[in-house]
Design a protein around this ligand. Sequence first.
Ligand code: SF4
Length: 101
Amino acid sequence: MSVTELTVAKTRRRRGFGPELPTEWQESSRCRGPQFELFFPPSGAESPEDKLDREHRAKSYCRSCSVCDNCLTYALARREDFGVWGGLTENERRVARLKSG
Ligand code: SF4
């Protein structure tokens, strides 16, 4: 998947709008490629067990991603509502936003 495709895919999955931020860091993201599908819920149903497994596998990429901090900062600033970004699920990012006020 190209950087443009990655950006477009992430943008398509975004709900709402946040501030425009640099996206060059996405060129170095570990989620590029077929594993990208792990980072967002499937279009069909997903059991709680499957969701946990998918998120766990996605986070394993984040742990070795050189742009993890950039990714999390971006997702928090843009209030990305879906998917794993910067090693955190959508619920974990909501908690992080609440804790930061
Ligand atoms: S931190 Fe995770 S979601 Fe963010 S770019 Fe890296 S691999 Fe992708």
